[in-house]
Every structure is written in structure tokens, then in C-alpha cells.
Design a binder for this molecule. Structure first.
Ligand code: ADP
Length: 499
């Protein structure tokens, strides 16, 4: 394919955009207002397609469809095994369309095509299958109460669910939310991020082909303050699952409280520490540190944005980082040689560069990077700051870009104290050969996932979510299923009961 920006490389075929409307009650429809918005190719800043822009009235229609599907439709009433069978079919359809789906996420979010093809998209099919397998294993308990009573508990679907997701992992986030909710028997409306509307619409199409009934899964693209806020404040949505910034998470929770007190789960920002001890394999540690901050161009909430290295290996580690960063090629995400694509949009690009300027002004030292790459698109060099003090803005704020703050520590106590010196608590990494250190630090860091001698190791069955201001509630694993279920107790007298 010849790219519109004149980079006439033909790495892979860029998919044609087939779906641009809203998906409500099993049909692709225009927004009621007729409005559309542009989705931009971050490689060039050019428009990929115009997308129907949903607002409150479209959200209302989608919620009405989801309510009808919940109250009167088959989905919540099907045997779990039947929901599971349909979800398996959905997963098979994803497998049959991997390349096209990978292409959509790559062009919309600047993600590496090869990673999407080999990792993200196959993993979402796996996530669906995991929850498909759980759909017929949802059950309550039988309880012997005091006196002559017994009870049984039912785990019922919570109802109509609203999902609001970000742009950094459009496919992964879609299925992190939708798969357990489908398994639970919920019906739902999902709002993708306005930066990445494309793959969600393709998934809606595949859901219909798989036989998911109309109204069960609705996709409404649009902006946060309009479509997003209409979901969080809706009186007829029973729960909201949100992934995004801490700032917006707070708004979502407030809107939920002000409207119908719907429960929310929030997966928010992070400033995750990676702690590397003197006994570590320095080569491996440097690889992990770079992967942790540069994977998905730093646009990942668990990025290892604060790296603490023990003093004995600090100098050697710094040298390794410089050396290894040279093989980290920045460029077109469709090029298989490239390891880092463009930031998602101009706003993100500007924000990251302004944090880099801030770091310089605060007195941190640039070890390497710090500049944009090329003269078009939103590319930024892998960037590492040294001489960082814990209270600097670049060591406190979530930058959401390829910018690492490197710091030195002396003792394990210092490392723990510094690592916990953040309002966030999403993830942490530890590199050491010493089991006692690994265990001590794992238990001392207040974060939802700890990676020992690895980083970014995710899978569908491993719960993931925040401590502190990184939010609450868990995605993935059987934990996530419980967000979409509620418990009802049914009490009956037993034989010879005075009741
Ligand atoms: P980021 O900073 O990563 O873009 P945001 O928190 O701004 O993350 O966005 C995450 C998701 O929340 C997106 O789908 C966005 O449209 C949505 N959103 C933004 N503002 C609001 C809001 N006021 N209410 C509900 N959703 C919102």
C-alpha cells in the first residue's frame, strides 16, 4: 500500500475502513444529530476516516436497547454454556480477522502492527475464551443459617453495564471489559476513546455475526464530556467500568454518585517503580527497564516510569541503557524493524515534550533522547533522565510517554520508601536473585501487581488493577467477573421450623 504521507513503503496492507457508524440494537446507525468527528493517523496527522459522533441522545437509545435486552431478551436467561458457546464463536471470528484488526489498531493508535498481530489480537480472543469457559461456572452457595432457616445465594448479572475505555489498548481494553460482562449475562454499552474508534466497531460487527443478540452489546463512539458523561450519569445504567486518567475517574465516580449510585470500577493512572538490586543481571535488568517504559511508546498505565537502581551497579546500568537504547528504532509502526511508533495524537505529543522541558528546568539531566523524531507525525525519542529527585514533577506525574526517571538507592528500606512515594499504586517491578528481597519488597509496595524478574507480564487469568489513586476493582481473572454479578440471598424455613 502506498501511504498517504508519501512514505511509500509497502510493509502491510492498511485496512480499508468499513465501519464508521454507531452500533445500537444490533444495527449500524448514524448519530441522531448527524454529527461526525475525525480520527487521525498519528504517523502523519492526517484524517483516516470520519466517525459518527454519539451524544447523550444516542447513549439514551443504546441504553434503552440494552435495558430491553436485559429485561426481556434471551441473553441473561440463556444457560451459561450457551452464552459461552456464542462467545467462543465470537473468538473464532476474531482469529479469522487478526490482520485487519491489527491494522486498525496500528493505524488508529500508532501501535506496532506486528505486536498487535502476534500479541494483542490473539490475546483478546483468548480473553473471550477464558470468560466463555467461566460462563457456566457461575453459582452461589447454600448456607445453614441460625434457627431453622437455610439460604441459598444466587449470583445474578448486575444489569446494564457502561464501559468507558482509553485509546492505548483499544482491543485489549474492549475485551477486558466486555468478556466478563457477557459471561455474567449483562447487556452493555461501550464507549471507545475518541482517538481510537475503529476496532470497536469491527468487534461489534463480529459480535453480531457470532449471534450475540441485538441490544446486548452497543458501541457508541463520541467524546468524554458528552457521550462519556451521559454513561456515567445515566439513571438506567446499573454499573460502570472505567479505564483512563485519575482526573476523569474522579468525575465518573462523582457522576455515578450524583445520579443513581451505580457502582463503579476505576482503573486509573500510575507511576510505577522498577527496583533493581545490586545482585541483578544488569543486562537483563536494562532490557526490562527499557521495555517497561518504551513498550507501546510509554502509553501504558503500568509503564516503569521510575527506575530505582542500587548504587553498586548504577554506573554499569546507565551504560547498558545507553547502549541498548540505540537498537530501539522509532518509526512507522507498520515497519517490522520498528520498536516504537508515534504517540497517539498531537495533544499527547505536546504534553510529553512539555514534561521533558519541565524535567530539564527542574535540574534533571538528560541521559539520552528528549526530542521529537522526524518532521511529521507524533514521534518522540526514547528519553531517560538521571539526577532525578523524588519530588520533581517528572518523578511524580504520570507522563504517559517514553520518558524514564532514573534514581539511585542505597538500602532496601530506602528503595521501598521511595517506591511508595507516589499517589499511585498500579504496578511495580523488582529485579533481584535474592528471594528474601523479592518477597519483602513485593509485600511492602502498595500496588496491584508486582513483577519479580519480569515486567509487563499480563494474562487473561491474572487480576490487574490499582491501589491508592490508581483506582479500585480488578480487570481480568475471575475477580473481574464479580464486577458484573451481584449476590441475592434466598431464605427458606426448613423442616420443623417454627417459621
Ligand atoms: P486519557 O488521559 O488517557 O485520554 P481520559 O481519562 O481522558 O484518558 O479518557 C479515558 C476515557 O474517558 C475516554 O473514552 C474519554 O472519552 C472518556 N472521558 C473523558 N472525559 C470524560 C467524562 N467527563 N466523563 C466520562 N468519560 C470521559
Amino acid at each position: 500500500a502506498s501511504l498517504s504521507n508519501g512514505q511509500s513503503e509497502s510493509f502491510v496492507k492498511i485496512p480499508t475502513i468499513k465501519f464508521t457508524k454507531l452500533f445500537i440494537n444490533g444495527e449500524f446507525v448514524d448519530a441522531l444529530s448527524g454529527n461526525t468527528f475525525e480520527t487521525i493517523d498519528p504517523r502523519t496527522g492526517e484524517v483516516i476516516a470520519r466517525i459518527a459522533e454519539g451524544k447523550k441522545e444516542d447513549v439514551d437509545l443504546a441504553v434503552k436497547a440494552a435495558r430491553e435486552a436485559f429485561d426481556n431478551g434471551p441473553w441473561p436467561r440463556l444457560p451459561g454454556s450457551e452464552r459461552g458457546r456464542i462467545m467462543m464463536k465470537f473468538a473464532d471470528l476474531i482469529d479469522q480477522n487478526i490482520e485487519e484488526l491489527a491494522g486498525l489498531d496500528a493505524i488508529d493508535a500508532g501501535k506496532l502492527y506486528t505486536w498487535c498481530k502476534l500479541v494483542d489480537i490473539p490475546q483478546v480472543a483468548g480473553t473471550l475464551r477464558y470468560y466463555a469457559g467461566a460462563a457456566d461456572k457461575i453459582h452461589g452457595d447454600v448456607l445453614k443459617m441460625s434457627r431453622e432457616l437455610q439460604a441459598y445465594t444466587l449470583r445474578e448479572p448486575i444489569g446494564v453495564v457502561g464501559h468507558i475505555i482509553p485509546w492505548n489498548f483499544p482491543s485489549t481494553m474492549f475485551f477486558a471489559k466486555v468478556s466478563p460482562a457477557l459471561a455474567a449475562g449483562c447487556t452493555m454499552i461501550l464507549k471507545p476513546a475518541e482517538q481510537t474508534p475503529l476496532s470497536a466497531l469491527f468487534y461489534a460487527h463480529l459480535a453480531k455475526l457470532a449471534g450475540i443478540p441485538s441490544g446486548v452489546l452497543n458501541v457508541v463512539n463520541g467524546f468524554g464530556p458528552t457521550a462519556g458523561a451521559a454513561i456515567s450519569s445515566h439513571m438506567d445504567i446499573d454499573a460502570v467500568s472505567f479505564t483512563g486518567s485519575t482526573e476523569i475517574g474522579r468525575e465518573v465516580m462523582q457522576a455515578a454518585a450524583r445520579s443513581n449510585l451505580k457502582p463503579v470500577s476505576l482503573e486509573l493512572g500510575g507511576k510505577s517503580p522498577l527496583i533493581i538490586f545490586d545482585d541483578a543481571d544488569v543486562d537483563k535488568a536494562a532490557d526490562l527497564a527499557l521495555l517497561g517504559i518504551l513498550y507501546n511508546k510509554g502509553e501504558i498505565c503500568v509503564a516503569s516510569s521510575r527506575v530505582f537502581v542500587q548504587e553498586g551497579i548504577y554506573d554499569e546500568f546507565e551504560k547498558k541503557l545507553v547502549e541498548k537504547s540505540k537498537s530501539w528504532i522509532v518509526g512507522d509502526p507498520f515497519d517490522p524493524k520498528v520498536r516504537q511508533g508515534p504517540q497517539v495524537d498531537k495533544q499527547q505529543f505536546d504534553k510529553i515534550l512539555s514534561y521533558i522541558e519541565h524535567g530539564k528546568r527542574e535540574g534533571a539531566t538528560l541521559l539520552f533522547g528528549g526530542k521529537p523524531v522526524g518532521d511529521k507525525g507524533y514521534y518522540i525519542e526514547p528519553t531517560v533522565f538521571t539526577n532525578v529527585k523524588e519530588d520533581m514533577i517528572i518523578a511524580q506525574d504520570e507522563i504517559f510517554g517514553p520518558v524514564m526517571a532514573l534514581m539511585k538507592f542505597k538500602t532496601i528500606e530506602d528503595a521501598i520508601k521511595s517506591a511508595n512515594n507516589t499517589k499511585y499504586g498500579l504496578a511495580a517491578g523488582i529485579v533481584t536473585q535474592n528471594l528474601d528481597k523479592a518477597n519483602t519488597v513485593s509485600r511492602s509496595i502498595r500496588a496491584g501487581i508486582i513483577w519479580v524478574n519480569c515486567y509487563l507480564a499480563f494474562d487473561k487469568d491474572c487480576p490487574y488493577g490499582g491501589y491508592k489513586m490508581s483506582g479500585f476493582g480488578r480487570d481480568f481473572g475471575l475477580e473481574a467477573l464479580h464486577k458484573y454479578l451481584q449476590v441475592k440471598s434466598v431464605v427458606t424455613p426448613i423442616y420443623n421450623s417454627p417459621w
